[in-house]
Design a protein around this ligand. Structure first.
Ligand code: D5M
Ligand code: FE
Ligand code: ZN
Length: 667
């Protein structure tokens, strides 16, 4: 075995083949093993993948520009950006990403040019004198002055950004942190390791220092078997199944942009990909917004200067940035024809809607264009859903669906006893007549992601795993789910803890890991997101990481009441609007996270709290979890509500009952 791989493995680190490819030629020449290990440890990972490898080589000064996307976009990985940092740098980063993500340095020189133009006092005078020539409308004059000082402020912010970028470019201080003192102190309760070198200088770990967890013995529930209660009548057996997977990411044919000729640079293709992604978002959202009769007289941003300045017009655009000012909110809005600053004053009726606009969402503004290049908005229209929903024809028979998510099998906080009780309940072990009626008519079960706890999801997670092997986690889950009565069809989609692509959308579970799930007779694997049609009712199933971004960008939103941010996403008709926020989004040529058709029900999980609400006839529900509070959640004050099972009446697509198994959740 190769020395680098062997050295890493003996220290309990793994390396992916692409990372190996990048690192192997420099190993022992430009860096040593302890340096690499120290770097990975500082990053909180024990898997050295391509991204870590590139960052490492960059920190060592071996390569200059990392190749992977996030770096290309912002100079930082999104996870490394705190929300505050993001807000500061947003104007620069997002507008670049949106239009055509050029290298940041180019952006900076543009910004400097813009700054130079704007910093000349005459230009300010020029603007004010123009205002004076306009009809003496006090309100406009004030706002315009405001806008000017806005721009000056902005220039200052951008100057700061420039400094930040320069700092980043010259960043080499990581170098210092590479002294090899031979001793590694664990953080987050990790096992302390002493690096010992063998005669060839390869670090080794002494047998007795291997983490005790390695010797964990655990059950994968192979002998947990429940059979349907004798004599129990399962009416659902005789109800004909009526389901279709209406939308699944895997069924969308995506056409990746091609390099024009053999000499096209990889970077150009990437730029094209982002361009296409945002074009697709704009196109889809325009269609949705135009369904709103109030959104009329829509004009391209590029044509604003041709119109009569007296009349009201509407623009639809993607919001590159948003900043609160003394008198209102200032946005930078873009469509395929141009970019414009949009201002809405505090005195406007729709001012409050400005809070709901997340970066990169698409909205409509109605108002007046001033020739100085600022659009003064009177109204804001979010894409939203229609006020009323058409009733669907009744069903002949009552039929129910069970919604769950975030089972987290493999976590030592997985409520296995409660989950087993739930499986017994599904098999007819009920307590009341109502429960009997319900169980007998359950025909579907939907599982919205985080079905296992996964491996290496966050630093220190290893210590909270009861099943420290991803294959065994899926095996264990499949063993449990094999006890779901066969007449119940299960729809199972991935979440951020699953073996699946991290970036949204997530097409499916990686088959080599989750094979036992694919092998379940009555399971249908779905993507995240997916739309399922049950008896003519549309269920939008999403794991729900987008909730995190709403909580960080929109005021008065919290993890404790996840349905509010869910409503917000529905109003924006997008499952994760903000690019470069907490949630990584894959720049597919088509934006598959747009909520294109209005669902009857939206199910999400992820935040582990049961919560539900009807919004304009759409039933939104967060289906909580089967995991009790973890150490991490304790630290950040996330209080889960495990083992509550919502039962949905398919006919109304609304809640029929919540069954509580939490008294068995005593982990
Ligand atoms: O997410 C469970 C809950 O924990 C959800 O509310 C998000 C929160 N969570 C998880 N990881 C993080 C980090 N790294 N920062 C902040 N909040 C987090 P789950 O996906 O099940 O882990
Ligand atoms: Fe989860
Ligand atoms: Zn999750």
């Amino acid at each position: 075995m190769d020395e680098l791989v062997r050295g890493l493995m003996s220290n309990n680190y793994l390396i992916t083949p692409p990372a190996y490819f990048l690192l192997s030629e420099h190993y022992n020449k430009d860096f040593t093993l302890p340096e690499l290990i120290k770097f990975a440890k500082a990053k909180g990972t024990f898997i050295i993948d391509e991204i870590i490898a590139e960052e490492f080589l960059e920190a060592k000064g071996i390569i200059t520009k990392p190749k992977h996307l996030e770096k290309f976009m912002t100079g930082k990985k999104p996870e490394e950006q705190s929300p505050e940092e993001f807000e500061e740098g947003q104007t620069l980063e997002i507008s670049e990403a949106e239009e055509a993500p050029a290298f940041v340095s180019e952006a900076v020189s543009e910004v400097v040019e813009e700054a130079e133009k704007l910093e000349i006092p005459e230009s300010q005078e020029h603007l004010t004198s123009e205002i004076a020539e306009e009809p003496p409308m006090r309100e406009i004059e004030e706002t315009s002055e405001e806008a000017v000082s806005e721009l000056v402020e902005e220039v200052e912010t951008l100057e700061e950004d420039k400094e930040a970028v320069e700092e980043f470019a010259g960043e080499e201080e990581t170098e210092e942190s590479f002294e090899t003192n031979g001793e590694e102190n664990g953080e987050n309760g990790e096992v302390k390791r002493k690096v010992i070198f063998d005669e060839y200088g390869v670090p080794l770990v002494a047998e007795e220092e291997l983490p005790e967890e390695e010797k964990k013995t655990y059950s994968v529930y192979a002998d947990f078997k429940v059979s349907p209660r004798e004599g129990f009548e399962f009416i659902a057996k005789d109800i004909e199944a009526d389901f279709k997977v209406k939308f699944d990411v895997r069924n969308v044919k995506l056409k990746p942009p091609k390099a024009k000729n053999g000499t096209t640079k990889e970077g150009e293709v990437i730029v094209k990909v982002y361009e296409n992604y945002f074009k697709s978002r704009l196109k889809k959202m325009r269609r949705i917004l135009r369904e709103n009769p109030e959104v009329s007289g829509v004009i391209d941003i590029g044509k604003l200067s041709y119109i009569n300045p007296e009349g009201d017009v509407t623009i639809i655009g993607l919001v590159n940035s948003k900043r609160e000012t003394r008198n209102g909110y200032m946005f930078e809005v873009e469509d395929l024809t141009g970019i414009i600053k949009v201002f809405i004053g505090r005195d406007k009726e729709d001012y409050k809607k400005a809070f709901e606009i997340m970066p990169d969402s698409v909205v409509a503004f109605k108002g007046r264009y001033s020739k100085r290049g600022i659009f003064f908005a009177e109204n804001i229209y979010l894409p939203d859903v229609p006020l009323y929903k058409k009733e669907k024809p009744p069903l002949e028979e009552k039929v129910y669906a069970v919604l769950i998510s975030d089972i987290h099998v493999g976590s030592n906080k997985f409520c296995e006893k409660a989950f087993m009780k739930f499986l017994e309940w599904l098999n007819g072990n009920v307590n009341t007549k109502t429960e009997e009626e319900i169980v007998s008519r359950i025909k579907y079960m939907i599982i919205a992601g985080d079905v296992v706890d996964g491996i290496g999801i966050y630093p220190g997670q290893y210590n909270e795993l009861s099943i420290p092997d991803i294959f065994d986690q899926y095996e264990a889950l499949a063993n449990l789910l094999s006890n779901v009565p066969e007449h119940i069809t299960m729809f199972i989609g991935p979440g951020n803890h699953d073996a699946a692509r991290t970036a949204l959308p997530q097409p499916e579970f990686y088959r080599e890991y989750a094979k036992p799930l694919y092998d379940l007779k009555n399971a249908v694997i779905i993507s995240n997101p997916a739309v399922i049609d049950l008896h003519g009712r549309e269920f939008l199933i999403v794991h729900g990481r987008g909730i995190e971004d709403v909580v960080s960008y929109v005021p008065n939103m919290s993890h404790h009441q996840p349905v509010k941010p869910m409503v917000q996403l529905l109003k924006l008709r997008h499952l994760a609007p903000t690019f470069g926020g907490k949630v990584p989004i894959a720049p597919d040529p088509e934006d598959l996270l747009v909520i294109e058709s209005v669902p009857d029900l939206v199910q999400m999980g992820h935040v582990h709290v049961l919560d539900y609400q009807i919004y304009r006839g759409v039933f939104l529900i967060n289906s909580a979890t089967w995991q009790a509070q973890t150490e991490f959640q304790k630290m950040v004050n996330i209080v889960p509500t495990p083992a509550r099972v919502p039962i949905i009446d398919v006919e109304t697509a609304k809640l029929r009952m919540i069954v509580d198994f939490s008294k068995w959740c005593d982990v």
